[in-house]
Ligand binder design. Sequence first.
Ligand code: CA
Length: 223
Amino acid sequence: MIIEDETKIARFLQLELEHEGYTVGISSDGRDGLNKSLHGDYHLIILDVMLPLLNGMEVLRRIRQTSDVPVIMLTAKDDITDKVMGLDLGAQDYMTKPFAIEELLARIRVIFKLKSTQTTSHYSSSLKCGNLTLNPDKFEASYNTVPIPLTKKEFELLHYLMLNKNMLLTRDAILENVWGYEYMGDTNVVDVYIRYLRSKIDQKFEDKIIYTIRGMGYQIKDE
Ligand code: CA
């Protein structure tokens, strides 16, 4: 569901998403958008902040009273208040206008991937990457049944990497998802923890699974 009053943007998003195989609904004001979001069977809402009749924050707040459908907010450039407020209110992610459609599509794929991992977690809670296994329920990691002792943060980082296996993850994305958007420290912390993980996995066992994508970020691969 796209709730966006700028017709050009809404139409463009609709075409791109339909091209990717999604079925898309459009609404151009907050009140109608809220109505459709609550009564239609939508799996994801793309929600602009500045909307006529009911602003995006209010729409999000009301959606969250009854639904946990994933929401991606479209915020104005550099408006930190909107980003923080949106995430506080339960948005999964946000995009700053103007944005590259490819990035939005990638973020949508991540959300659907996380969702399917969460819903199937009752049946198969462990994640695999080559010989590496991670069991989030039991807080255990192992390589070919050899246990790997990890601190809480190392575990959370590895969990996030494995959930997004074979995808390039930027330092910013890792920071936001593992340390939280309120984290104010240096992005160096990501490199430091990647090094910890490498010393416990890549340097200890025969397979290399954590890759550095120069100038971009990190990726975990099982080949
Ligand atoms: Ca708008």
